[in-house]
Design a protein around this ligand. Structure first.
Ligand code: NA7
Length: 530
């Protein structure tokens, strides 16, 4: 007879830790499996120099415990990876979560046994347990994307992926470093590595928009003001478009409702203030191309002011729609290209065809290197789920069901996969929001659903096909109302060769929240119970 348990949680990052806490609070027997040797998820793996959150710390943190949010003190406006990892370790200890987490353990398969209505969970450490529910807290950006670069394995130096960074760090002193990838990660890591390496060669395929983070030590008065009514602060932010407040003003007008001079002044204020304020400077910035172009041009102008060499500035100037690719925050990113030890190499036309024993080959030129850093991103949103063999009703594999793109209702449940919940799953707002706040919303929703099932005497729950298909269409419709479908980005799988091009996150958090509340209030409409 297999070990029997109520709930298996997969992952021990922000989502897994809270799911574990919540399930225990609801008196379920629960165990979490985590492939890392510690808690933290994304913040456990991404230890590259400069790794930092670009949502404000006072908001990118749990709100489920008033004591926790009162006692924890963030040292900076935007927390660094080590500080977030310390926070998550503190959470694990404070709520005594570790005893129910099996570390260094990957879940390999989940098989739904229809005769008993339970999941058989197998891990690479030989566990085989029978669980009634599975909560997939596997993360949206947890499966690294290592491009198929010919010759990489023959390179004589070391290479590193930022999403799987060595725990004891990397010594770049006296090294000639090749850097591939200029998304959020690259933009954080490049200035840090440039300070240490003898030489840094950045191979850029697509120039990126970035605005200054203006990170600074936490202002104690600001912190005290928030803590005087943390609950109220959270409640006010919860229903804002990104589940966090990064605005420079309430109720922004439309871009062309103001004069060019006024707009420019506001953009300057956003730039000086730092963070992602530009994103919400005007109401229509992410839905109107003309409006958006005013921000794009503003940032391009800034780049040309910041970068000394006009030819380099030109290469660093993006030409896609601002925020269509996830916008970045930086500290001295563009200025880094003024350093004598940093070279920008444009590979937009050629790509990186091959790595040789000695370095990177571009257009017949070999760039000799001691090591290579890949900041090439993730198989986002579906990568971690598809890596597990998940067999639902009738032995159907989730990966097969999702071959043309993820099919899920509310990003929480997929028809044919009963009692399996995805936290921040494809079809939910997730990566387009303050992840911690929306993770808590998902876990709370699941907790409420489980209580409802107990009250009704139900054994299984799953999305119906009738609810799922329109939801998948709705996710696309909402995305098409924005400009986020207008370029190649990981939101729609465009960074992974062969991945179906489907916009995965639901791009309207407030209406999503209302929908989840409505579904629950209407006896979980769109879900089938047995
Ligand atoms: P991203 O945003 O996916 O960026 C990956 C970068 O790597 C991007 O500049 C890519 O260029 C580049 N890339 C990927 N493959 C290649 C190849 N084969 N050759 C050259 N360049 C390549 O990942 P990040 O880790 O920066 O950020 C992910 C999220 O984490 C971020 O959005 C935040 O939410 C946190 P491309 O733009 O595709 O031309």
């Amino acid at each position: 007879m297999k070990d029997q348990i109520d709930v298996v949680v997969v992952g021990a990052g922000f989502a897994g830790l809270y799911a574990l806490y919540k399930m225990r609070e609801q008196r379920f027997s629960v165990v979490a499996f985590e492939r890392g040797s510690g808690v933290g998820g994304t913040w456990y793996w991404n230890r590259y120099p400069g790794a930092r959150c670009d949502a404000p710390s006072m908001q990118y943190s749990y709100q489920f415990s008033e004591e926790l949010q009162q006692e924890w003190e963030w040292s900076e406006v935007f927390a660094s990876q080590p500080e977030i990892l310390r926070y998550l370790n503190h959470v694990a200890d404070r709520f005594d979560l570790r005893c129910d987490i099996r570390f260094k353990t990957s879940v390999e398969s989940l098989v739904f046994d229809e005769t008993i209505g339970r999941w058989e969970v197998r891990t690479d450490q030989g566990h085989c347990i029978s669980s009634r529910f599975c909560i997939m807290a596997t993360g949206c950006l947890s499966t690294t994307n290592t491009p198929n670069l010919e010759g990489l394995n023959y390179f004589k130096g070391k290479w590193y992926h930022t999403g799987n960074w060595p725990h004891d760090g990397v010594d770049f002193k006296n090294q000639s470093v090749g850097f591939i990838g200029t998304g959020s990660t690259g933009i954080q890591a490049i200035p840090m590595i440039a300070r240490e390496a003898r030489q840094l060669k950045v191979f850029q395929r697509t120039a990126q928009y970035s605005t200054p983070a203006r990170n600074r030590p936490m202002d104690k008065e600001y912190e005290a003001r928030i803590k005087a009514d943390y609950k109220g602060f959270r409640a006010r932010n919860y229903r804002l478009p990104l589940a966090m407040d990064i605005r420079i003003e309430r109720d922004a007008p439309k871009t062309f409702d103001v004069s060019e001079a006024e707009r420019r002044r506001k953009y300057e204020r956003c730039w000086e203030r730092g963070g992602m304020a530009l994103l919400l400077a005007y109401r229509d910035s992410s839905v109107s191309i003309e409006a958006n172009e005013t921000i794009s041009q503003f940032i391009r102008d800034k780049i040309s002011e910041l970068v000394d060499d006009p030819a380099v500035a030109k290469l660093l100037a993006p030409n896609h729609i601002y925020a269509c690719k996830r916008p970045c925050l930086d500290t001295n990113y563009f200025e880094t290209f003024n350093r004598p030890n940093v070279t920008l190499i444009d590979v937009s036309e050629t790509g990186i065809k091959a790595i040789t024993k000695n370095g990177v080959l571009i257009n017949g030129d070999e760039h000799g290197l001691d090591c290579i850093v890949l900041a090439t991103g993730f198989d986002a949103m579906t990568g971690a789920l598809n890596r597990i063999e998940i067999f639902g009703r009738g032995g159907r594999k989730l990966k097969d069901k999702w071959v043309d793109g993820p099919l899920s209702y509310l990003g929480l449940s997929s028809a044919g996969f009963p009692n399996l919940f995805t936290i921040s799953g494809p079809g939910s707002p997730s990566v387009l929001t303050n992840m911690v706040a929306t993770i808590e919303q998902h876990v709370n929703w699941v907790g409420d659903c489980l209580s409802y099932m107990a009250r009704q005497g139900y054994h299984t729950v799953e999305a119906t096909v009738d609810a799922e298909s329109p939801w998948v269409e709705r996710v696309q419709e909402v995305a098409e109302m924005t400009l986020w479908t207008a370029c190649d980005n990981w939101y729609q799988g465009a960074n992974i060769p062969g991945k179906p091009r489907v916009f995965m996150p639901y791009a309207d958090w407030p209406s999503y929240l209302a929908k989840c509340e409505e579904v629950a209030a209407n006896a979980y409409e769109g879900f089938a119970f047995t």
